[in-house]
Write a protein that binds this ligand. Structure first.
Ligand SMILES: C[S@@+](CC[C@H](N)C(=O)[O-])C[C@H]1O[C@@H](n2cnc3c(N)ncnc32)[C@H](O)[C@@H]1O
Ligand SMILES: Nc1nc2[nH]cc(C(=O)O)c2c(=O)[nH]1
Ligand code: SF4
Ligand SMILES: [Mg+2]
Length: 227
């Protein structure tokens, strides 16, 4: 019968299958949406000042009002690349420290990407809000919890560094709440939210002097005007 003819439907089929493949590959962590990748100097936290290659994955569902990379949030805006291509591009630069950030990188299974990076001799660091289950093989986990979306319980045991952004006075209590939940070796840092830095940097200095288990992290790349 005419209306059952497959002639009209068939051309759509390969496209659907291609989309499903990409989705499946992303679900397996074999392909990932990449917003940008750049070789720079780590500006924040424990590895401040270290040359590093940044891999910024697209997609985030946390919604921090003060996020400095809101254009990363929509994963659909960014090309999906194979992990082989992502690692090949990293190998061009002389540094062997890689920082995986986003967006929220733990939206994805980072096992395949990190094992390939390790195979090629990279040290692997992550910047994460911990809002999704931990995955991957990381040498350093920087956990920056957010009030906007509760962290997944899996992050607390693996965090090497707790980096709390201070945007409001209540963030000090939020920081102490999280400090109780991370392991005892975890380094504790407070980082002024960029637009509130003038107001909160002196408050953070005072707090750290009174509670010396806390250190200060600044977004030094912004002072140096580098990515
Ligand atoms: C853009 S986030 C991406 C990684 C992950 N989604 C996260 O939030 O940890 C990278 C780091 O920048 C911090 N950050 C983002 N916006 C900031 C701002 N306006 N001022 C200070 N730190 C900021 C985050 O807390 C996080 O430690
Ligand atoms: N230089 C530099 N250091 C950084 N440390 C964490 C960053 C991030 O956005 O995750 C970042 C960044 O965007 N640039
Ligand atoms: S979790 Fe990270 S990327 Fe997502 S909105 Fe917050 S600061 Fe931005
Ligand atoms: Mg940044």
């Amino acid at each position: 019968m005419r209306h059952n003819s497959p002639a009209v439907q068939l051309p759509a089929l390969p496209k659907i299958q291609m989309n499903m493949n990409t989705k499946e590959l992303v679900a397996k962590g074999l392909e990932l949406p990449l917003m940008e990748a750049f070789y720079t100097i780590q500006g924040e936290g424990r590895f401040t000042g270290h040359p590093a290659y940044f891999i910024r994955l697209g997609g985030c569902d946390v919604g921090c009002v003060w996020c400095d990379v809101k254009e990363s949030w929509d994963s659909g805006k960014w090309p999906v690349l194979s992990i082989e291509k992502i690692v090949e591009d990293a190998l061009v630069y002389p540094g062997r420290l890689v920082v995986i950030t986003g967006g929220e990188p733990l939206l994805y299974d980072l096992g395949p990407l990190t094992s390939l990076l390790k195979e090629k001799g990279f040290t692997t660091n992550i910047e994460t809000s911990g809002a999704h289950p931990y995955s991957g093989d990381f040498d350093w986990v920087c956990f920056s919890p957010k009030k906007f979306k509760k962290p997944h319980p899996s992050i607390y045991a693996v965090a090497d560094e707790l980096k709390v952004v201070v945007f409001h006075q209540s963030d000090f209590a939020f920081a102490e709440e999280h400090a109780k939940q991370v392991n005892s070796n975890c380094e504790l840092r407070l980082q002024p939210e960029w637009s509130k830095a003038e107001k909160f940097t002196p408050v953070i200095i005072d707090f750290a002097k009174k509670h010396p288990k806390w250190k200060i992290s600044l977004q030094t790349h912004k002072f140096m005007d580098i990515p």
